[in-house]
Design a protein around this ligand. Structure first.
Ligand SMILES: Cc1cc2nc3c(=O)[nH]c(=O)nc-3n(C[C@H](O)[C@H](O)[C@H](O)COP(=O)(O)OP(=O)(O)OC[C@H]3O[C@@H](n4cnc5c(N)ncnc54)[C@H](O)[C@@H]3O)c2cc1C
Length: 424
């Protein structure tokens, strides 16, 4: 019988009459090898726990001449610090990333207009725009180098069970894995969340967003901007070279129509509808995404924890989605580490609830803030128009600017921390 050996992992074999099904025993099974799943696997490995990562699809390897990925993220300084600690940031820098130093938010044809600058919080940049596939690839390479982690790919999970104090994951090909804890990092349609009957509150917005990867004639590589119009926001995220990613919120039917246009027709329309600052563009690729908000009613059960989009999806308005997911993985690891030091059962619901208490509140707050922006700005109501323009104009005061930036950068995790810091 061939024996599969993974460092520090117990191996049990089941089956009879020539049918061999390895049951692999780990401390933690992470379902989903996306950005947050790989991050938490690396963080838990640093606690010397053995981890299996189950992922359906390996990210496409990076090639410099490769088309830009349509899915890009604005990574906050806190996320970059984490990626440095996980040995992934230098890998990203050898691939593609674009720093941005300014962030402008304004309303079409109104007086509210604010530009945040990295210097407002004493930094040289506010963050970096990086393609999701590149973040995933860099983390994948870092995790592959860790002896405590085994990535199983392709590995689609078929079933999850709780069995005599153990968590069991069964794969499509019949392999069974056991662990003390299953982490669901398997995205918005989480199979882990469904298997353990964790319900969600969910809201589909009336709009979708059209995303386009573009080449721009004018260089504007140090600024992200977002303009609010009564029909919905328009945004630009800079990418390396004279490139960028455009996001255009519109009614769902309209986005469907726009996605059907050929690239040059769409480029003409965008140049007519977007702010003149954009200048001439050529479209390299386009796609559309539904926007939705969903929040798991609980993040944990005995032996189960949800992180990232499996726990919450947020309006992509301020590009906070994956940054919140990385904060989840860090907090979960800290809670587990604390329980290990105190000799407690780190996979127990009582311990994991501490993670939920800290993260569910903070994520909910960010969701409500995004909703406030989204609904507050996407209409023509006159009192609201005055209020929001006053808000933008007021944001030009140094204290508010600094506070907004610290919160958006992940340098503090809640507005109350800001007040506390100020008193200190
Ligand atoms: C248009 C748009 C723009 C956005 N912009 C930003 C931004 O600027 N900044 C930002 O921070 N966020 C942004 N987001 C959000 C961000 O993309 C998500 O929050 C992030 O991808 C979530 O990461 P995740 O690892 O939790 O989940 P995912 O990225 O969904 O990864 C889940 C992984 O699990 C795997 N998987 C799923 N089911 C199984 C299974 N049963 N078995 C095995 N593997 C499985 C999948 O293959 C996938 O690799 C944006 C989202 C959208 C839609």
């Amino acid at each position: 019988m061939a024996v599969l050996l993974y460092p520090n992992c117990g191996i049990i074999f089941h089956g009879s009459s020539g049918q061999r099904m390895a049951s692999l025993n780990f401390d933690v099974i992470v379902c989903g090898g996306g950005m947050t799943g790989l991050a938490v696997a690396a963080q838990l490995a640093h606690l010397d726990l053995t981890v299996a990562v189950l992922e359906d699809r390996r990210p496409q390897p990076f090639l410099p001449e490769q088309q830009y990925d349509l899915r890009v993220s604005a990574l906050s300084p806190q996320t970059i610090l984490l990626l440095e600690q996980l040995n992934a940031w230098h890998r990203i820098q050898t691939m593609r990333s674009c720093p941005y130093r300014r962030m402008r938010v304004w309303e079409m044809q109104r007086f509210g207009d604010v530009t945040f600058e990295a210097g407002d919080i004493g930094r040289s940049e506010l963050g970096f725009i990086v393609e999701n596939r590149i973040v995933q690839t860099a983390l994948w390479e870092s995790v592959e180098a860790l002896p405590q982690v085994k990535i199983l790919c392709p590995a689609a999970c078929r079933q999850f069970d709780r069995n005599a104090g153990h968590m069991v994951a069964t794969l499509e090909d019949g392999r069974r894995l056991t662990a003390k804890l299953i982490v669901g990092a398997d995205g918005a349609d989480s199979a882990v969340r469904n298997a353990f009957d964790i319900s969600i509150s969910r809201r589909e917005y009336e709009q979708s967003c059209l995303v386009a990867s573009v080449a721009t004639r004018s260089a504007q590589q140090d600024m992200t901007w977002q303009r609010f119009t009564p029909l919905g926001p328009q945004a630009f995220l800079p990418l390396l070279g004279s490139r960028g990613s455009l996001v255009w919120y519109q009614k769902r039917d309209r986005v469907r129509e726009l996605a059907q246009l050929d690239n040059s027709e769409l480029a003409e329309l965008i140049m007519a509808e977007f702010p003149k600052e954009l200048g001439d563009i050529e479209i390299a690729a386009k796609g559309s995404f539904p926007i939705q908000k969903q929040h798991a009613k609980t993040y944990v059960q005995q032996g189960v924890a949800l992180i990232g989009d499996a726990a919450h999806t947020i309006n992509p308005l301020a590009g906070q989605g994956v940054n919140l997911g990385f904060q989840d993985s860090t907090r979960l690891t800290e809670v587990i580490s604390g329980a290990m030091i105190r000799g407690k059962d780190w996979s127990s619901r009582a311990v994991l609830l501490d993670y939920e208490r800290q993260r569910r509140w903070a994520n909910g707050l960010m969701m409500r803030a995004m909703d406030g922006f989204y609904y507050g700005f996407s209409n023509n109501n006159v009192p609201l128009r005055w209020a929001r323009n006053g808000l933008l104009a007021g944001s030009n005061t140094p204290f508010i600017k600094e506070s907004v930036l610290r919160y958006a950068s992940g340098l503090v995790s809640s507005p109350t921390d800001l007040l506390y810091r100020k008193k200190c």
